[in-house]
Structure formats: structure tokens, C-alpha cells
Design a protein around this ligand. Sequence first.
Ligand code: SAM
Length: 258
Amino acid sequence: MEKIIEDYLVEEGIIEQTTNEIFQTISSENPEIQGALASYFDNWYDLSIEERYNQMAQKINGIYLYDMFKSKNKKGLSKILEKIINEKYVDYGDYVLDIGCATGLESVLFSKIIEEKGFVSGIDVSPKMIQAAKERSSKKNIENIEFLINDMNNYHNSRNYDSIICLNDVLTEGFDFYSEDNNNEGLIKKTFKNFKAILNPDGKIFLSLSYENSQNKIKSILFSCAKSAGFKNIEHEKISYRDSDNIRKTILCVGLRD
Ligand SMILES: C[S@@+](CC[C@H](N)C(=O)[O-])C[C@H]1O[C@@H](n2cnc3c(N)ncnc32)[C@H](O)[C@@H]1O
């Protein structure tokens, strides 16, 4: 499985790079964008989620800007994908909902794992990300996949799923865990109940959050809302790695089942 994941990431242009190398690539291709990017990152938290990610969906040197920054955390990404597939959070024949799918990098990998018997729906609030994800999957002629502009807190579809995947701090944004005095428990409970309602019996959820965003209070809010929505089995594991800048990162992975 490790080799399949590695080959896929390389094919999609995800090669391990330091922040400096990423900025060098960006500025050598588009010198004028460097200043624009710096002020964009400075204003990140003042932008709406759509604005944040619409910009990250642009292509530079044939690679989506968002994916370039994933190169920095390629080791962590590979470890999480291995866990998802080895522990069968995504398995042959599954119907999978990838929430906050961004450029569809993981959704397309999942479509290879589930093969033609299964189906992937990728949703995101950013229209430009959905456009990028559609472009990625249509280039590969994948048929058992759809990408929809949609908010995870109001998601409805006629399909039911075997698996819901929500990677890399989508919940931090979707539930606004960035604000210190988060008081969104009502919304979180409602969203988890909706997740439970669209899952088939024996369905499972896999979530990942950066650990600094998921310590103590956030972790306990998430777990208690998941329990109140009917998920009795909560498995969690911290995955640590050093990113390409040699900075230690920890990601909290959470699995929810009946
Ligand atoms: C940090 S990125 C994670 C993307 C991808 N899952 C990954 O692992 O790289 C967050 C993504 O979630 C999307 N997002 C944020 N809030 C959302 C919501 N309420 N509903 C759907 N998507 C959302 C953003 O537009 C963005 O593309």
C-alpha cells in the first residue's frame, strides 16, 4: 500500500519540499505573485473560508498552490493515508464522502481503492477548489466520482455512505475551532447527527486535526458530540512526524463507529 500511495502522490506532483523551495518555485514561475501571496497569508484569518481556498486553487507551474504546500507535510499525509486504507476506513466497494475535499487529491486516491463498485462524493465550500477537483478527476477519466459545492453543516444528498472522511483541519474551520471561546456545540451535535443519518449501518468516520488545534477542550467537545450522535466506538491516535522544514508536527486521528 505504501508504494501505491507514494507513486500516486509523485504522479500528482506532491514531492517533499521545504517552505523555501516551494516559495522559490512559485516566484521563479510568477515573480509578481510572491508579494501578493505574502499579504494573502498575512490576512488569512480576515478572509472568508471561500476566499481563503479559492486563491489556493490556482495553478502555478501545473500544480495547484494548495497541493504545493501539502508537499511540506508529505510524510504526515502518507502516514494518514496508510492508516485510512490499512484500517479499512476506505475499502473496496465503499461509498465514500470526502468532506472539505479541496483539490480532490485524496478523493481520487480513494476512487482507486474502492474501484468501480464504489463511489466517491467530494464536497467543499470553495467553488474554485471544486473546479480544481473536477479537473483532476476528469483528466484521469474517473467515472465513479462527483464533486459538489456544499457546506458540511448542511449536507444533503440522496446517497448514503459507508465512510465519511474529513482530513486536515476541515472541522477546525467548519466548526470554527480557531476562536478561543468556541460555543458551537449545538451546530457540532447537529452536524454529527446528520453524518450518522447519511451513513449506512456499520458506517465509519475518519477525522484528522492538527494536534495544537485539537487539544483538551476541542477534543472533549468533539468526542461528546460524536457520542451524543450515536457513535459508541471512538478510536484515537496521535501521529507525529517531522515536516520537510524539520519541524515536529502532531496530528490527531479520530475514528468513529457504531
Ligand atoms: C485545510 S483544507 C483541507 C483539505 C483536504 N481535506 C486535505 O486534507 O488537504 C480545508 C478545506 O475544507 C474546506 N471547508 C472549510 N469549511 C468547510 C465546510 N463547512 N464545508 C465544506 N468544506 C469546508 C475548505 O474550503 C478547504 O478546501
